[in-house]
Write a protein that binds this ligand. Structure first.
Ligand code: FAD
Length: 403
């Protein structure tokens, strides 16, 4: 039996290794780029956050997010870590639950997978861009521009559109649509957010730990705590990635409410700032020692206080205004950055056309899909790669007949 797999990214490699456990199966892994796992090697800022100790079905989204549960249960975090350990990868978990290779290098993850693929019943074809797929009487015919592969079962593991420069593409959606599958609207997620507030550009490069909330027409949609980074176009940093899903997707006003001192209440801050009226400093230094200097000045100015006014002359109300800005500053949002910048695609191939216990198409027997091409996306922090490993493993195991 020949199992063709399109895409040697995270889910495709997991699928190939699972299918190849059936020693009578011949696996042909086709990758359009010159090497396997190109996107994987750029994940987690080059560190690869390969899973999360808290990854469970609740951290996933899609029109039918429950679709992800059986795969995540069958190949859960513990099994995934055992599997990687078996491949020779040492890992370490941060307090947050995020798991990284011990080497702190994403390439270590790619390497252990790459070495594992080197087995007699896996044929790896790189620089093989699949252009066309056809159902034949007894399987599938997969064509690149100058070669063809015939296979009995076919797994589409082409990933999503996000991270275009690293290989994100429409290919998987197109190939599956060719078999009659439907695709939902695609949106960038785990992505930076654009703002038309000019302060972002003047704060470019400033990082701050904060509590950030997405507010739509006055109502908080989602919030999280972590590091924010100002950029010339808007807001970036891990906390933004975490709360960026579906921002600016509907009409109305969108903003990000930032609490720059989440662990200190407004009264304590006010007390401290009122105390500073006893010194000789000017308002430009009102928040010095508390926040990044540039951020402190911008926040003070945002409530109409000139940096040159002596702190001693500030009214209590003005100090209260600064405290309110520190604890709940609103930055208007216009749109998310595009697919180029996004880590993940929200939306994808409609999952109710697949069997959640096998990843096999309900429309075309013998056809499977896994990973980001499906309408499942996970929270920030290793959830998306866990979905790639779990769904890839499930597709490969069932196509290969080891389950
Ligand atoms: C910058 C960045 C950082 C990220 N960091 C993290 C992180 O730390 N933790 C986390 O959990 N997730 C992270 N993600 C998300 C994660 O990388 C993806 O969700 C995951 O790689 C999806 O796996 P996949 O197998 O579905 O797709 P991919 O890993 O993208 O693999 C798809 C493969 O298919 C190939 N392909 C596509 N079309 C064809 C074709 N026609 N013919 C042949 N081959 C084809 C592609 O070249 C690619 O190699 C990050 C993403 C980005 C862009």
């Amino acid at each position: 039996m020949v199992i063709g797999i399109i895409g040697a990214g995270a889910s495709g490699m997991a699928a190939a290794l699972a299918a190849a456990e059936n020693e009578d199966a011949q696996v042909v892994l086709m990758e359009r780029q010159a090497r396997v796992g190109r996107k994987l090697s750029a994940t987690g800022n080059g560190r690869c956050n390969l899973t999360n100790l808290h990854a469970m079905a609740g951290g996933y989204h899609g029109d039918d997010a429950a679709f992800a549960a059986p795969a995540l249960k069958a190949f859960d975090v513990e099994k995934t870590l055992d599997w990687f350990r078996g491949l020779g990868l040492f890992t370490v978990a941060e307090e947050s639950g995020r798991v990284y290779p011990y080497s702190d290098q994403a390439n270590s993850v790619v390497d252990v997978l790459r070495f594992a693929l080197d087995r007699p019943n896996i044929r790896l074809l790189t620089d093989f861009e699949v252009m066309k797929v056809k159902k034949t009487d007894d399987g599938f015919r997969v064509d690149s521009s100058d070669d063809s592969v015939l296979c009995d079962k076919l797994i589409v593991a082409c990933g999503g559109l996000a991270g275009t420069k690293l290989g994100g593409t429409m290919a998987g959606y197109k190939l599956l649509r060719g078999f009659g599958h439907k695709c939902t609207k695609l949106r960038p997620t785990l992505v930076q957010l654009k703002s038309d507030w000019s302060g972002c550009a003047s704060l470019k490069g400033v990082r701050a730990n904060c509590r950030a909330a997405i507010v739509h027409d006055g109502a908080v949609q989602i919030e999280s705590t972590g590091e924010l980074q100002f950029t010339d176009y808007g807001l970036s940093g891990p906390v933004m990635f975490e709360i960026s899903r579906d921002v600016c997707q509907g009409k109305g006003s969108w903003c990000c409410r930032l609490d720059f001192l989440p662990e200190i209440n407004e009264d304590t801050l006010k007390e401290e700032l009122l105390r500073r009226r006893g010194g000789n400093l000017t308002a430009g230094d009102l928040l010095t020692g508390i926040l990044h200097n540039r951020l402190g000045r911008v926040l003070t100015q945002s409530v109409g206080i000139s940096s040159y006014v002596p702190i001693a002359q500030l009214e209590e109300e003005e100090i209260a205004g600064v405290c309110a800005a520190v604890k709940g500053f609103e930055v208007n949002l216009t749109e998310p950055m595009g697919m180029d910048s996004a880590q993940v695609t929200a939306g994808g191939i409609v999952t109710d056309e697949f069997d959640e216990n096998t990843m096999e198409s309900r429309l075309v027997p013998g056809l499977y899909a896994c990973g980001e091409v499906l309408d499942i996306d996970g929270d920030c922090g290793g959830y998306n790669l866990q979905w790639a490993w779990s769904s890839g493993r499930m597709a490969g195991a069932h196509a290969g007949g080891i389950l």
